[in-house]
Design a binder for this molecule. Sequence first.
Ligand code: DX5
Ligand code: ZN
Length: 215
Amino acid sequence: MIQVAPSMLAADFLHLEKDVELVNRCGDIFHLDIMDGSFVPNISYGFPVVHAIAGAAERPMDAHLMIVNPGKYLERFAAEGVSMLSFHLEAAGEDTEELLGRVRSLGMKAGLAINPDVPVENLFPYLGSLDYVLIMSVFAGFGGQKFIEGTLDRIRTVKREIRRRKLNVLIEVDGGIGPNNAPALSEAGADILVAGSSVFKAPDPDEAIRYIRVP
Ligand code: DX5
Ligand code: ZN
């Protein structure tokens, strides 16, 4: 079964508790987008917001770091109770292997994210050292963008490699996802679907989550 990870970037920050309760009630995972204005041309939110969500979250928290120098803050996210943490291959470069090891040694599941212009084959050398990959289906930086169709083939390619090597690696997909494309994503091999606008801007967010989970 698909797991739905509502992206809190699209939540109502003036009434955050209401949206945290929605995820506790209907979602599977809290997706926390951390942007620094350098790796991506946008700034989202930081530790005070993560801390507030952590205080009320009854589901696992998944931090998606869109920041340069991701190694700098791993301990802080672990201390907040984050249980899944991904950083971008483009940001980590040759430190990727070491950082994945550090994420795991802090007790978190280690994820590696890539933007749509990075060949998915670049993930392959790390598949044995991580718990999940985060395949971006829009360019990291903003919510509410249009899903890039070519993502489906990228998911299939990674899924094939995971199966061939009999690895226990999940595929998370992020950007422009909603009930309309969830069935195709699930069929292509996605395990976790991140959804921001299609959940929090829906007239009935509970129903939107259910439709994404059960295509
Ligand atoms: C984009 C973020 C996404 C974003 C998804 O950089 O990583 O998690 O919030 O939002 P939607 O679902 O609106 O595309
Ligand atoms: Zn994200």
